[in-house]
Design a binder for this molecule. Structure first.
Ligand code: FNR
Length: 342
């Protein structure tokens, strides 16, 4: 199977059936406050991801590149949207550009269209230090994501079967590359055990990448003849995963991704301890439906809605989400109790 065909399958699969699940945010309820003492017009959305300051707690998460013209067009539109919104953008895995230099332009378009913004590179945990640094240099990236996608690889007919040595390669990359390293899951969630290992390896930021949004087990199962649908429900829901990572590594910035669809999902992520939220599948739909303008309109609406939610909660900056009271119920409550997280 050609790489371009696989990328096209992923894009189609993500649009058709990927965003099926529940990320656990329905189990989080904010406690209403009747005297918020806040003016919506003075609310600041600025926040930080580690050492990077960002204008609002939303970023475009890794999606594509390396699939010829089709992925170049998507990345160009996403980069324009990121530039206009002044939000960070991560590219899809750059491993294909290392294997085929012809594909470099499908990624480089992101930096070209967004010369001064925060651009984040992306590699798999099979990457060497030299490969990781090449990917950073390719984009003059401000940070590097390393994705962990064991379940996707297992379900993918042509996927990897050997996952030995990933943690030690991550550790070396963290020591050697010139930018902060963000390790991310791709929708199966990060556990407290994995988070501790990553923290010990020196990663700067962990993106929980929880279950409930784009489902790469479902997408890959649709592409293969032999069904491995027992992985379709596998994963830690995003709300629980943020809590796991935050509990295990309170000093490491945690990002929320996996099924972020609404401003309320963003608010609940921030209250659980996330610094910012990455969106992939939903932004892909917007860019496919209406190009750059649709992404701009929808993200501006999310930012406005987030300000209204912050008004109701009586807070005027993102850091104050840490003191907002909320109640955890249902499956997420049960999960966190079972896991010893209070
Ligand atoms: C992805 N994602 C992804 N992640 C990554 O680290 N490297 C990659 O190359 C890709 N490729 C990719 C392609 C497509 C079409 C989609 C939709 C997603 C995963 C993405 O960054 C994110 O972790 C998951 O999609 C979960 O977030 P959403 O989609 O539920 O918001």
């Amino acid at each position: 199977m050609s790489r371009a065909k696989r990328k096209a399958d992923h894009l189609r699969g993500a649009l058709q059936s990927g965003q099926a699940g529940e990320s656990g945010f329905d189990d989080i309820t904010f406690v209403h406050q009747s005297l918020p003492d806040v003016n919506t017009s003075s609310i600041q959305l600025e926040t930080e991801i580690g050492e990077l300051t960002i204008s609002s707690p939303i970023f475009i998460n890794a999606m594509t590149g390396g699939g010829g013209k089709a992925t170049e067009v998507i990345n160009s539109s996403l980069a324009e949207a990121a530039r206009e919104l002044n939000i960070p953008i991560a590219v899809g895995s750059q491993m294909s550009a290392l294997k085929d230099p012809e594909e470099r332009r499908t990624y480089e378009t992101v930096r070209k269209n967004n010369p001064d913004g925060i651009v984040i590179g992306n590699v798999g945990s099979e990457a060497s230090v030299d490969q990781a640094q090449s990917c950073v240099d390719m984009l003059e990236a401000d940070a590097l994501q390393i994705h962990l996608n064991v379940i996707q690889e297992l379900v993918m007919p042509e996927g990897d079967r050997n996952f030995e040595g990933a943690l030690s390669r991550i550790e070396t990359i963290c020591k050697e590359v010139s930018v902060p390293v963000i390790v991310k899951e791709v929708g199966f969630g990060t556990s407290m055990e994995s988070a501790r290992k990553l923290s010990d390896a020196g990663v700067s930021v962990i993106d929980a990448g929880g279950f409930g949004g784009t489902n790469f087990s479902m997408i890959e199962n649709q592409r293969r003849k032999k069904d491995m649908s027992f992985f379709n429900e596998w994963g830690i829901k995003t709300a629980a995963s943020i809590a796991e990572v935050k509990y295990a590594c309170p000093e490491i910035p945690v990002l929320s991704s996996g099924g972020i669809r609404t401003a309320m999902d963003i608010a609940k992520s921030l209250a659980l301890g996330a610094s910012a939220c990455g969106m992939a599948g939903r932004i892909l739909k917007w860019v496919k439906d209406g190009g750059t303008q649709e992404v701009l309109d929808q993200v501006i609406l999310l930012q406005e809605e987030l300000r209204w939610i912050m008004t109701a909660l009586g807070i005027n900056n993102v850091h104050s989400f840490q003191k907002v009271p909320f109640v955890i119920s249902g499956e997420t409550h049960h999960w966190l109790k079972e896991r010893g997280i209070d």
